[in-house]
Write a protein that binds this ligand. Structure first.
Ligand code: PMP
Length: 330
C-alpha cells in the first residue's frame, strides 16, 4: 500500500504499549506527563496546541467522538470506533491509526488522567494545510485525544427534567453534509442551543426539512405515547447516538416496551405521556416542557425513570477496563 494512511501507520503511536514513564522533575519531561494526545505526543493542557493552519480550526474539516468511562470501564468503545470510522469514510478522511490503536490511545489517556469516571473527546482533523479549501494541501490528519470530565447536568435536573423549545433552525438536510457524520461543523447546533438558552430552556429540538422531528442540538429524542416508545429513524436526519442504541436495547429487550423507530411530529411530542433525551453527556434525561406546553404529568415519567435506572446499571457494569480501577471494583 502506498496510501498516506499506510505510510503514517508504519510508525506506532508514541507511548502506546509501553510502561508509563516516571514523571520528570518539571512534570513535562519528554512530553510524557499529560493526558492529552496530539499526533503521538502526550501533553498537558498548557502545552496541548495545534497549528492555526489546521483545517479543523479553519473550516471545521474533521470529525469527533465523545466517550464516557464509568467505574474504570469505557462504555461501548467499539461502537464509538465504528461510528468514528464511518464518519471518516463519509468525509474521505484516511485515519492514520487502526481502530485497535485508537482504542489503546483512548485507554492510555484515561489511565493517565487517573479517574475511574471520566469523559474522552477524540478529534481528528484534516490536518495542517494552507488558507485555501483544497484538502490535498493537508498532508496528514491531526489526531487529538483528550481525557477530561465535561460539565454535566446536576442531579436535580435528572429528578425534575428539562425544558425544550423547537428551534427555528432545521437539521442539516440528508443531501448536504450527512447528519449521521459526527463532524466538527456544529455551528447549526450551537445556534439552535443558544435559541433555547435565550428562551430559558435547556435544549432545542431541530426539525428536518419535512417538518418531522429529527433530534436535539446534542442529544437524541424519544417519546412514550399510549404505552409505545418511539424515536425518529436515522433517515429523519439524525446522529445515530450510542446512548440511543443502548436505550433501544433497554426499552425493547429489557423492559419489553413496544418500540418503533418511526417518524415523529411535534404533535406526537406535545401529546406524549413522556419525552426523554439520550446522549453520552446527558445520559437519559426527562423532558417536562416543550414550547411552553407541559409534557405528561410535568415530571420525569415512569418509563423514563425505569430506563434511567437500567442505563445507569448498564454503564456502570459493562465496558472495556483501563488502569487498576476496573480490576479492584468488579
Ligand atoms: N445528536 C447529536 C447532534 C449529538 O451531538 C449527540 C452527541 N452529543 C447525540 C445526538 C447523542 O449521541 P451519543 O449518544 O453517541 O452521545
Amino acid at each position: 500500500m502506498t496510501t498516506m494512511a499506510a505510510r503514517i501507520r508504519k510508525e506506532p503511536p508514541a507511548g502506546i504499549g509501553r510502561a508509563l514513564p516516571a514523571p520528570g522533575p518539571d512534570g513535562q519531561k519528554g512530553g510524557f506527563m499529560g493526558q492529552i494526545f496530539i499526533d503521538g505526543s502526550w501533553l498537558d493542557k498548557d502545552n496541548a496546541k495545534i497549528s492555526v493552519f489546521d483545517h479543523g480550526l479553519l473550516y471545521g474539516d474533521g470529525i469527533f467522538e465523545g466517550i464516557r468511562a464509568y467505574n474504570g470501564r469505557v462504555f461501548r468503545l467499539r461502537e464509538h470506533m465504528t461510528r468514528l470510522w464511518s464518519s471518516a469514510r463519509a468525509i474521505e478522511l484516511a485515519l492514520p491509526y487502526s481502530p485497535e490503536e485508537m482504542e489503546r490511545i483512548i485507554l492510555e489517556a484515561l489511565q493517565r488522567a487517573g479517574a475511574p469516571d471520566n469523559y474522552v473527546r477524540v478529534v481528528i482533523t484534516r490536518g495542517k494545510g494552507d488558507l485555501g479549501l483544497d484538502r490535498r494541501k493537508c498532508k496528514k490528519p491531526t489526531v487529538i485525544v483528550i481525557a477530561e470530565m465535561i460539565e454535566l447536568y446536576s442531579n436535580s435536573v435528572y429528578e425534575e427534567g428539562i425544558r425544550l423549545i423547537t428551534s427555528s433552525l432545521r437539521r442539516v438536510p440528508l443531501d448536504s453534509l450527512p447528519p449521521m457524520v459526527k463532524s466538527l461543523n456544529y455551528l447549526n447546533n450551537i445556534l439552535a442551543r443558544s435559541e433555547a438558552t435565550r428562551a430559558g430552556a435547556q435544549e432545542a429540538i431541530l426539525l428536518n426539512h419535512q417538518g418531522l422531528v429529527a433530534e436535539c442540538s446534542g442529544d437524541n429524542i424519544f417519546l412514550v405515547r399510549e404505552g409505545r416508545c418511539m424515536t425518529p429513524p436515522v433517515s429523519a436526519g439524525i446522529l445515530p447516538g450510542i446512548t440511543r442504541g443502548a436505550v433501544i436495547e433497554i426499552a425493547r429487550d429489557q423492559l419489553k416496551l413496544p418500540f418503533a423507530e418511526a417518524d415523529c411530529t411535534l404533535y406526537d411530542l406535545y401529546s406524549a405521556e413522556e419525552v426523554f433525551l439520550t446522549g453520552t453527556g446527558a445520559e437519559v434525561i426527562g423532558v417536562t416542557e416543550i414550547d411552553g406546553r407541559k409534557i405528561g404529568s410535568g415530571r420525569t415519567g415512569h418509563w423514563t425513570r425505569e430506563i434511567q435506572k437500567l442505563h445507569r446499571k448498564m454503564t456502570r457494569s459493562t465496558g472495556v477496563p483501563f488502569g487498576e480501577f476496573a480490576a479492584s471494583r468488579i
